[in-house]
Write a protein that binds this ligand. Structure first.
Ligand code: SAH
Length: 224
């Protein structure tokens, strides 16, 4: 998979990809993440990418021209499955969307800033809009990192134990069961006996029951 993330603030997005699972996924050649500095596509000498809003009011708007030039340049290099704009009013991100995106080859993620992008970008240049929740961030970079992380860890070969993504919360509409590690007893607080029994099918059954119970308690709507 190849992901191009378009931003005016490349430094904001570099660190999530330089550690741990996302770093290893790139080192293994399973995914390439390319952070594209939108300022390089600005046509004015100050390299600005935003301007005052028509009609007045507070807050700058990201101009269409640099974004159009940037997307055109990327599209001349490869064919994209989706050109995503991160936006608080987009489709709400979920594990189901992460699964869907993990099957794609090439993605562009456009990060907004200030008041957002000129509406014509949304009408003509992008194919989909994703929100990470009902709150407003100052920029799309953290949201793009959230989406990329959730997607990349689902690509086969990224997690060392591939089954571990399958047993995570929201795969199968269930919440993950509780997990424990050594010591088996700490300050008198014990690990459930069944997990120490070595009885694989009983452990599996217990985990499934716990998942169901947790889902009933915490997220009953998932069971419908
Ligand atoms: N004026 C806009 C918010 C702009 S916030 C509005 O009220 O809808 C600036 C940028 O941050 C947005 O362009 C978007 O790219 C990003 N952003 C903010 N909140 C987000 C969210 N919940 N999900 C995804 N992206 C978000």
């Amino acid at each position: 998979m190849h992901i191009d993330i378009i931003t005016t603030l490349p430094r904001l997005i570099e660190s999530p990809f330089s550690d741990s699972i996302l770093k290893r996924a790139q080192a293994k050649g399973i995914v390439t993440v390319n952070v594209v500095d939108l300022r390089q596509y600005s046509t004015n000498k100050h390299r600005t990418t935003d301007d005052y809003a028509f009609g007045g009011g507070a807050g700058m708007v990201m101009m269409i021209e640099p974004i159009d030039n940037c997307i055109a340049d990327l599209k001349s290099q490869r064919t994209y499955d989706d050109i995503i704009y991160m936006s608080p009013d987009g489709q709400r991100f979920s594990q189901a969307i992460a699964n869907e995106l993990s099957l794609k080859q090439n993605l562009i993620i456009l990060c907004g800033h200030y008041k957002g992008v000129d509406e014509r970008v949304r009408e003509h240049l992008i194919t989909r809009e994703i929100s990470i929740g009902d709150y407003v961030l100052s920029g799309g970079e953290l949201a793009a990192a959230v989406v990329s992380d959730a997607v990349i860890r689902l690509i086969p070969g990224v997690l060392s134990d591939e089954t571990s993504a399958l047993s995570d919360s929201f795969q199968d509409n269930l919440i993950a069961p509780p997990v424990y590690t050594r010591p088996a007893e700490y300050k008198g607080w014990k690990v459930p006996d069944v997990l120490l029994s070595g009885h694989a099918s009983k452990i599996e059954e217990w985990r499934h029951d716990q998942s169901l119970e947790r889902t009933r308690q915490r997220r009953p709507e998932l069971l419908k």
